[in-house]
Design a protein around this ligand. Sequence first.
Ligand SMILES: *[C@@H]1O[C@H](CO)[C@@H](O)[C@H](O)[C@H]1NC(C)=O
Ligand SMILES: *[C@@H]1O[C@H](CO)[C@@H](O)[C@H](O)[C@H]1NC(C)=O
Ligand SMILES: *[C@@H]1O[C@H](CO)[C@@H](O)[C@H](O)[C@H]1NC(C)=O
Ligand SMILES: *[C@@H]1O[C@H](CO)[C@@H](O)[C@H](O)[C@H]1NC(C)=O
Ligand SMILES: *[C@@H]1O[C@H](CO)[C@@H](O)[C@H](O)[C@H]1NC(C)=O
Ligand SMILES: *[C@@H]1O[C@H](CO)[C@@H](O)[C@H](O)[C@H]1NC(C)=O
Ligand SMILES: *[C@@H]1O[C@H](CO)[C@@H](O)[C@H](O)[C@H]1NC(C)=O
Ligand SMILES: *[C@@H]1O[C@H](CO)[C@@H](O)[C@H](O)[C@H]1NC(C)=O
Length: 790
Amino acid sequence: MFQKWPWNWNAIIITLIFLKLLTIFNRKSHFPITSTAPSSHPFKSNQSFSCAPPHHSYPFCNTSLPIKTRAQSLISLLTLHEKIQLLANNASSIPRLGLSSYEWWSESLHGIAANGPGVSFSGPIRAATSFPQVLLTTASFNKSLWFSVGRAIGFEGRAMYNEGQSGLTFWAPNINIFRDPRWGRGQETSGEDPMVASAYAVEYVKGLQGEDLVGGDGGFMVSACCKHYTAYDLENWGDFRSFSFNAMVSKQDMEDTYQPPFQSCIEEGRATCLMCSYNRVNGVPSCADPDLLQRARRDWGFKGYITSDCDAVAVIYEDHKYAKAPEDAVADVIKAGMDINCGTYLFGYTQLALEQGQIQEEDINRALSNLFSVQLLLGLFNGDPSSGHFGKLGKEDVCTLEHKKLAIDAARQGIVLLKNDKNLLPLKQTTITSLAIIGPSANDSSQLGGDYTGVPCNPISLFEGLQPYIKTTYASGCGDTRCNSSDGFAEAVQISREADAVVVVAGLDLSQEDEGRDRTSLLLPGKQMDLISAVSSASERPIILILLGGGPIDVSFAKVNPQIGSILWIGYPGEAGGQAAAEIIFGDFNPGGRLPITWYPESFSSVPMNDMSLRPDPSRGYPGRTYRFYTGEVVYEFGYGLTYSNITYKFISVPDNITLSNTASKSGPSKLTTHKTLDGIDYIHVNEIASCNLLKFEVQISVFNHGDMDASHVIMLFGRASTSIRGAPQKTLIEFTRVHTESLNAIQVNIGIDPCKHFSIVNDDGVKILPLGNHLLMLERLEHSISIGL
Ligand SMILES: *[C@@H]1O[C@H](CO)[C@@H](O)[C@H](O)[C@H]1NC(C)=O
Ligand SMILES: *[C@@H]1O[C@H](CO)[C@@H](O)[C@H](O)[C@H]1NC(C)=O
Ligand SMILES: *[C@@H]1O[C@H](CO)[C@@H](O)[C@H](O)[C@H]1NC(C)=O
Ligand SMILES: *[C@@H]1O[C@H](CO)[C@@H](O)[C@H](O)[C@H]1NC(C)=O
Ligand SMILES: *[C@@H]1O[C@H](CO)[C@@H](O)[C@H](O)[C@H]1NC(C)=O
Ligand SMILES: *[C@@H]1O[C@H](CO)[C@@H](O)[C@H](O)[C@H]1NC(C)=O
Ligand SMILES: *[C@@H]1O[C@H](CO)[C@@H](O)[C@H](O)[C@H]1NC(C)=O
Ligand SMILES: *[C@@H]1O[C@H](CO)[C@@H](O)[C@H](O)[C@H]1NC(C)=O
């Protein structure tokens, strides 16, 4: 079997040799968004679209003209008053020009979600495929899965648009770094590693936007949005609120942790939208920071539109008190390069800012040009949508069998086996005849989506998922996830005594972690731990613990308790989570997911959440963050995950040394200049190396499956400099790939290495440097040293 990845030297080439239901979330109380169905979308049954006859002969409707020309033409036809009405998420219609109104705000984080006013589930389409929450899909470490999920959501989004039930501009993915385990929105992200978050962003955006489906003339199926730009990862902790938080970020952390996902999302993913965040970064609100916003256009080739998060312009005046008046906030963001406001400030105060001379009409024209360009690329001014690209997509393309199978596959591939003493799992139907499942979320499929969930097609609870396998009994044990009473324990203990096998479902839900809600403790909520202990000590055999939720949980007690034989983390597994978990419990699927975040112990909850530093600082007892820098104890480490197989590795071929001398310096044919760090380590500035391509090489690895089950296995290749360099990561993920391995067979996997990218580090000034000397490649316990010299 041969798995093909885009031949891009930064990617991996693998050769296999042997062969919530509907929730409308108002981000902010003073911005009332109603959930009425958009009336002006082009219903198939009742078409209403821009450039419909008799308004079809304007040049902006002429598909033979270049996009820029069409956008400029439309701008030239608008009055100033009309222009201002187009700067809000609920852009007004302009009947005079036959322009339909347009709702920019639709959400699609892990399936079409009802959180934005652009999406409605009260039309011909009543449900959409609900994939696992992003953190669990990330745990699959399978790039082609990420792409496929994005692609499926893109199709469903276009179909919903065609049925008049959504816009074409979706505000996903959330690619902020899961910096602190308490963050309520960490579940929405692809974890703590910037390289993984970058890779996820690229696959999801390419899948969703469907640029490859359109062909040479350019255009997109739907538009994706990289959010929240930037250093946004705190909701509500202590005295800190996302709306007023000032994230203090060093140049070093900015360049090697916070920014890379955004750069990749735009440069490689070619996202058509960027969303600036609520917070300030080093004193300046993100949406008002010209350096941040213009960097995306200037350095990363961004060509889309920049939207504010919802009410992120209002907060500049009302919460940050950075602007002295609302119109000043408007002038700040327009001048910085923001194009549209989710909220009402631009709609309400742009006129005033113009009259005061703070901004000019050309500034508005620039914003409109960015907005119209994206709308044009989506085909919004091409007339009847049903006759255009994707015009045939509709109701029958949502909740398809294929998409529902993909939702099961994503959950299966993501689920992480954390403990499996004495191979308790998989259970065998031949040796047990009954099972008890306990926990407040076990019989409730509405808990399986996490936040930004729409209406799922066919949700299956964990209890329902097990029933086809075995006679199953259920007791909730606690009233809800808060578990504030032990009244239900007796019943739970009772049914677990009567069953051959016991599963307890514990963990989190949106009452513990959500937008606007950070946790304060990493322990299981309420009396959940007591419930688990009561059941496990009453049970004759060790029990199976299923952990639901996004953020890491300190389950040290369960790790060491022999009466808890197995632990599975199932994240928020989406509509098919119940089936996927049951398949794993009964061995129909061999789990292979890996944790995309460090599981910290409870002691971490005393670390100030507002401290954005990744690097540890012993002088103030600060332990650092993420596996790359955190120096303390862990409950489970980043990348941890067991399988039912036993996989071993060997390096087959890796170079011992790399010589830089044949990659002439950019400044001329002369030698590269070496510099010295304060610790006396020699290094080269990466941007002085003329050809990084000449340094690339392949690592060949043999992967052997000693188990009696085939396994879909994640290989994670880490690296680090072998001498300690101040501020360098203790280790960093270089590449990862997921491969099929057959029982009792070896496969060879080749991983491409780009030393400029994979062995470089970012120094205090935010500059990429390549340390000379020894670098280690690490594959679980295997290490190989490579010397880099001149
Ligand atoms: C089409 O839209 C018009 C105006 O919005 C409305 O009066 C009419 O009832 C709609 N027709 C159908 C079939 O939905
Ligand atoms: C559209 O633009 C093309 C290229 O300029 C021109 O030849 C054509 O006449 C235009 N079509 C209409 C309907 O105006
Ligand atoms: C957009 O929403 C705001 C706030 O709800 C409202 O005041 C305004 O009239 C709306 N504009 C349009 C065009 O619907
Ligand atoms: C499980 O949930 C369903 C749907 O809410 C409910 O009808 C059923 O009674 C529950 N089963 C048990 C055993 O509580
Ligand atoms: C405990 O939780 C129940 C619902 O699960 C709730 O009705 C009750 O008010 C809670 N009690 C306390 C003290 O929080
Ligand atoms: C995995 O297989 C290797 C090689 O056969 C063996 O040395 C090792 O003990 C096995 N590990 C486990 C956990 O079974
Ligand atoms: C570099 O590695 C090659 C083999 O990979 C070896 O032949 C050569 O001697 C090494 N050179 C140095 C300077 O270590
Ligand atoms: C990766 O995901 C795709 C899409 O679901 C799947 O077909 C493929 O088998 C997965 N690869 C591995 C190695 O599990």
